[in-house]
Design a protein around this ligand. Sequence first.
Ligand code: CA2
Length: 149
Amino acid sequence: MSKLIYILNGPNLNLLGQRQPEIYGRGTLADVETDCTTLGKDLGLEIRLLQSNHEGQIVDWIHEARDAAAGIIINPAAFTHTSVALLDALNTFDGPVLEVHISNVHKRESFRQHSYVSLRADGVIAGCGLQGYALALRRMAVLTEAKEA
Ligand code: CA2
């Protein structure tokens, strides 16, 4: 049976593909969902991709994942740099956590170079565009021992 992986996305990522293509590319979250669903089938992983502009909603999904999911891939967006609440929630999750950033946050403003979520993440992918989600899913396959990636 496939293991379920939550792919959580934070504020403004619903606008992917509509604004700032020079930073975030032209693809949408729906494209990410399609690509990861297809790849997940090869890897023996089922994905559930979610996005919210509300911190508490993401905390609630992390709590839900505690029973439902084998791993979490998260792009917390701006909450990366501000949210102790997301860090605390992720610390209640026992499985692997991978943090994804579409842009290379280390090449950008200094406030983007601190991540609360990185204190919990088992791995971080930044600056690989939307491909970063697929890279994280391949790594998740190894970490959850679903199938060799
Ligand atoms: O590079 C990333 O993935 C970020 O997590 C994106 C966040 C930013 O605050 C982080 O520092 C790095 C911003 C997401 C905003 O998404 C937009 C998408 C399309 C148009 C405008 C914003």
